[in-house]
Design a protein around this ligand. Structure first.
Ligand code: URA
Length: 414
C-alpha cells in the first residue's frame, strides 16, 4: 500500500515525485482504498509547498485518467471556454451562440453556483424546462446540428477532481494555485476540445485576488495544456465589480438575451465580445480584428439571438424569457448623495444574492431563479442623489429590506 506520509515528506523536502507515485496516490483515494484522513497529508503538502511543473502535469493527468474522456474527433475542431468564476459572469450563454453562429463549435459543460459565484447551469434552467443533464452523445449530435450545446458537467469526467475538490472544500485547502490549476485543467482536458480559452478573473469578485496571481495561475494552466498538446489561450480580466448589471439566475439570463438583442452594454458585453472573438480567431486561423467584426455582425443581425433560441428549444427550454421585460422590483435602493462610484464589495454582493436562495448552499436546497438584484452603475460613473443604485427582486418585502440594508454597505460613492 502506498505510503502517503512518505510522499508528503518528499514534497516538503523538494524531492521530485514520480508519475507512478502521483497516480497511485490519486487512484487509491478515488477508489476509496484510503480514507480522507490518510490522503489529506498529500494535498496539504501540495498546498503548503510548491511542486514542479512536471509533477503538476502528472497530478492533472492522474485526475483526468480517473474517468472518461470525451472523444470529439468527429466534430473536427471544438473550442472550450472556461471562466474561473465571479459575480454576474454570464459570458457562456452569450459566447456559445455567437461562436455557433460562426461555425466555431462549442460543447460547453458547466457547473452550478458555488459559494458567492453563480452557476451557468442554474442560469440556463431559468428557461423553464431546459434540460442541462442530457446524454453526451445527444450533446455531440446537437453540436453537429447547431454548432453549440450547453449542458451540465458529467460525473464520469475527472471523478478524482470531484472527490479531491470536496476534501479541499471541507478542509480549507481551496485557494492554492497548483491545486486550482490541476483541478480546472483535468476537467478541461477531459472535455476533449482541441482549443481551450481560459478566462482568468482577478479582483475582489474573483478567486484570484490580484493580477499577479491570476497571471501565475494562467501560466501554470497553459503549461499543463502544452504538455498535453493542446492550444491554450489565457485571457486575464478584472473583476472589481459585478461583470454585468444583474446578479441572480433569471436576471442574468435576461441580460444575456438583451446583449444578444443589442440592448444592454455592461462590461459583460465587452468581455463576451473579446472572448468570442478570441475563440473564433483561434478556431478559424483569422486575425482577431476580423473575428471581432464577424462577432459584432452576428449580434447586429440577430443571428446569435436566433441561435440561442434554437439551442434552448432543442433542450426543451421555453422561449418565454425572450419576450419578457424586467418586472417591477420589490424594492429600489437610491443614492443618498451626488458623487462617483468608487468601490463595490463584489464578493459580498455575490454572497448576499446567493443567500436569497439563488445558489444551492446545501445538497437538498432548491433554487429560486427569480430572486436577485439589478445594478445601474459601474466604477467611475457619476450618480445623483435619489437616483436608483440597486433594484431588489426578492420573495418577500422583508427579505428585500434586509438585502437592501446589506447592499448599501457594498457600494461606495464619493
Ligand atoms: N474551479 C475549479 O474547477 N477548481 C478549483 O479548484 C477552483 C475553481
Amino acid at each position: 500500500m502506498i505510503d502517503i506520509n512518505k510522499l508528503a515528506e518528499k514534497i516538503k523536502n523538494k524531492v521530485a515525485l514520480t508519475k507512478i507515485e502521483i497516480y497511485e496516490a490519486v487512484e487509491n483515494y478515488t477508489k476509496n482504498r484510503i480514507s480522507d484522513e490518510q490522503f489529506l497529508p498529500f494535498i496539504k503538502a501540495i498546498y503548503e509547498y510548491d511542486i514542479s511543473d512536471k509533477e503538476l502535469y502528472y497530478l492533472t493527468m492522474a485526475m483526468l485518467d480517473s474517468g472518461e474522456k470525451l472523444d470529439l474527433t468527429n466534430l473536427k475542431s471544438v473550442v472550450d471556454k472556461h471562466s474561473t468564476g465571479g459575480v454576474s459572469d454570464t459570458t457562456t450563454i452569450i459566447i456559445v451562440p455567437i461562436c455557433a453562429s460562426l461555425n466555431t463549435k462549442m460543447l460547453k459543460l458547466s457547473g452550478r453556483g458555488l459559494g458567492f459565484t453563480g452557476g451557468t447551469c442554474d442560469k440556463l434552467e431559468s428557461f423553464k424546462g431546459y434540460k442541462t443533464d442530457i446524454d453526451i452523445q445527444k450533446a455531440i449530435q446537437l453540436v453537429q446540428q447547431n454548432g453549440g450545446c450547453m449542458l451540465t458537467t458529467s460525473k464520469e469526467l475527472a471523478p478524482a477532481d470531484k472527490k479531491i475538490y470536496a476534501l479541499r472544500n471541507k478542509t480549507g485547502l481551496v485557494d492554492n494555485i497548483n491545486l486550482i490549476a490541476s483541478s480546472i485543467m483535468s476537467k478541461k482536458l477531459a472535455c476533449g476540445a482541441n482549443i481551450i480559452v481560459l478566462d482568468v478573473k482577478y479582483g475582489n469578485g474573483a478567486f484570484m485576488p490580484d493580477k499577479k496571481s491570476a497571471k501565475i495561475l494562467g501560466k501554470k494552466m497553459q503549461k499543463i495544456g502544452k504538455y498535453a498538446n493542446k492550444k491554450v489561450k489565457i485571457v486575464l480580466g478584472k473583476m472589481n465589480q459585478p461583470l454585468g448589471f444583474n446578479v441572480g439566475p433569471k436576471l442574468e439570463t435576461m441580460e444575456a438575451i438583451n446583449i444578444l438583442k443589442g440592448k444592454e452594454k455592461s462590461n459583460l458585453y465587452y468581455d463576451s465580445i473579446k472572448l468570442a472573438s478570441i475563440c473564433v480567431s483561434l478556431d478559424k486561423h483569422i486575425p482577431y480584428f476580423v473575428a471581432k467584426h464577424k462577432v459584432k455582425k452576428v449580434i447586429k443581425n440577430q443571428t446569435a439571438l436566433n441561435k440561442l433560441k434554437t439551442m434552448v428549444s432543442c433542450q426543451d427550454g421555453s422561449l418565454d424569457l425572450f419576450n419578457q421585460e424586467y418586472k417591477t422590483p420589490t424594492l429600489v435602493i437610491k443614492s443618498n448623495k451626488n458623487g462617483k462610484v468608487v468601490f463595490f464589495n463584489t464578493k459580498e454582493i455575490g454572497n448576499i444574492v446567493a443567500q436569497m436562495g439563488t445558489v444551492k448552499l446545501e445538497e437538498n436546497d432548491t433554487i429560486n431563479y427569480d430572486n436577485g438584484i439589478r445594478t445601474f452603475h459601474k466604477i467611475g460613473n457619476k450618480v445623483k442623489t435619489n437616483e436608483p443604485i440597486f433594484y431588489i427582486y426578492a420573495s418577500s418585502k422583508s427579505m428585500a429590506k434586509e438585502v437592501g440594508n446589506k447592499l448599501k454597505k457594498c457600494i461606495e460613492i464619493k
